[in-house]
Design a protein around this ligand. Structure first.
Ligand code: COI
Length: 356
């Protein structure tokens, strides 16, 4: 791996108490090019723009996918990744579905750890703070014929992140638009899945809803995901979440929530969540919580669900009573090395790893 360090760090311009999500980038990035059917040597270099043609196939045909993951700093300034092997496996699952080459494990894992070690000073320390890491693969070939490209780039960029307390939001259960279809790319973290969600989300925003609960494309009767996240429902003291499928992303936070709920002896049902069942539970007073989970915000709690012309108001609960908050706190405590990690999820990034 070729490492070219920046001659001028920008870290003194970074205010770790006041910054927006995904707008400030660490000093370095990783890039690795693929051509002639093989990956070249990966390079870590100063972060900055790269020269590409508007005829690049990745932007014309959307042959692009990404990952989202985080690194955390504990009180001793030790740095940890969280279940990085899951993101490695998933980026290659997404790449395969989009007819792109798989990234070799050493490029992904070594590159990730070296980049995070090199810019460990950028990882903010403190409650809810982390480094959001964005690995991505996209087609770089300059050609207009609609076919599989033959040149690609794997890159990793990263940006400091913090979790704000976000008040519970109103969400709209979709009865028309879909995020994914049978036989499609819903399970892949395909860039185009996000592009396709922006317009329906804008329409929902105009109606006063912050997010959409995506339902199945055939009947719109079953929950699939929520916004850019997986969705959980609490009825009584039991949790329900849809099973992963070709239409649902296999979220790392989703899986961690399920494991932690089981660890807390909360019954978790991984089964189709029908809109009708949720409405019924609301009408009989047993619908307690509905929330989304994802890497970026960890949890987003909902205060109301819009469905057709109805608004279902969820009960107001103290933070201590919410399963969503309890499990999130346990998850963040594991991520930030404040609590034992019985699952073996933390992955320490040794200091000086980038010099090896
Ligand atoms: C996540 O919840 O981690 C996401 O996928 C959001 C990301 C697109 C910013």
């Amino acid at each position: 791996m070729i490492i070219t360090k920046t001659p001028a760090s920008r870290i003194s311009e970074f205010d770790s108490d006041n910054f927006a999500f995904g707008k400030t980038f660490i000093d370095h990035m990783l890039i690795c090019e693929y051509e002639n059917e093989s990956w070249k040597e990966a390079q870590i270099m100063p972060y900055g723009p790269l020269p590409f043609s508007p005829a690049m196939m990745g932007v014309n045909y959307g042959q692009a996918c990404f990952e989202g993951m985080k690194a955390y700093k504990d009180e001793n300034d030790d740095v940890f990744l969280f279940r990085p092997e899951k993101n490695f496996a998933r980026i290659n699952k997404s790449a395969t579905r989009l007819a792109m080459p798989e990234v070799p494990e050493e490029v992904f894992m070594e590159g990730l750890k070296k980049l995070v070690d090199l810019d460990r000073n950028w990882i903010p320390n403190g409650q809810g703070k982390s480094l959001y890491i964005r690995p991505l693969i996209f087609a770089t070939e300059e050609a207009l014929k609609a076919r599989i490209a033959d040149k690609f780039m794997f890159a990793i960029v990263a940006s400091p992140a913090q979790s704000y307390y976000t008040a519970p939001v109103s969400v709209l259960i979709s009865d028309h638009y879909s995020r994914a279809a049978s036989g499609g790319v819903g399970y892949a973290k395909a860039a185009g899945n996000y592009a396709a969600s922006f317009y329906p989300t804008k329409l929902a925003n105009e109606r006063g809803f912050e997010q959409i609960i995506w339902t199945d494309d055939a009947t719109h009767e079953v929950f699939e995901e929520s916004g850019t996240m997986n969705v959980f429902v609490r009825i009584g003291d039991e949790i329900f979440t849809p099973p992963t499928s070709e239409k649902i992303l296999d979220g790392v936070t989703r899986d961690s929530f399920i494991e932690l709920a089981k660890h807390n002896n909360i019954p978790v049902h991984i089964e189709p969540v029908r809109v009708e069942r949720v409405i019924e539970a609301h009408n009989e007073g047993s619908l307690k919580e509905v929330w989304g989970v994802g890497t970026a915000v960890v949890t987003s709690s909902f205060k109301s669900l819009g469905y057709k012309d109805e608004i279902l108001i969820l009960p107001e609960m103290n933070e201590e009573e919410k399963f969503a908050t309890m499990i999130k706190n346990q998850l963040v405590a594991i991520q930030t090395n404040k609590k034992d990690d019985p699952f073996g999820w933390r992955c320490k990034v040794e200091k000086g790893y980038s010099n090896i």
